[in-house]
Design a protein around this ligand. Structure first.
Ligand SMILES: [Zn+2]
Length: 99
């Protein structure tokens, strides 16, 4: 029985996911310094690992998103707002308990 001491890819991804989750806790994210602000959702990676990413999944088709920038700015991505059930036109109140 070989006892491999190296981390598996899954462990590396899980570690990165945990780091990103801590970084984004209670915040929103940007994919570029001047880009739209996205809500944080869970994106599924290789091996069933999930990690924080844009709720609308923009830019995540080929895997985890690099260069996520945490921000406290309000979400400005209409797709993320729609995914949350919030009408981007502002006619619907945010769900209670999100604040
Ligand atoms: Zn978005």
């Amino acid at each position: 029985m070989a006892d491999m001491s190296t981390s598996s890819l899954g462990e590396i991804l899980a570690g990165a996911a945990a780091q990103a989750a801590a970084m984004l806790d209670g915040r929103n994210l940007r994919l570029s310094p001047t880009g739209r602000v996205h809500a944080v959702g869970q994106v599924r990676w290789l091996g069933g690992v999930t990690a924080p990413g844009p709720l609308c999944h923009v830019g995540t088709a080929s895997g985890p998103v690099a260069g996520i920038i945490p921000t406290d700015a309000p979400v400005s991505c209409a797709r993320c707002l729609a995914s949350r059930g919030i009408d981007p036109t502002g006619r619907q109140e945010p769900l209670p308990g999100l604040g």
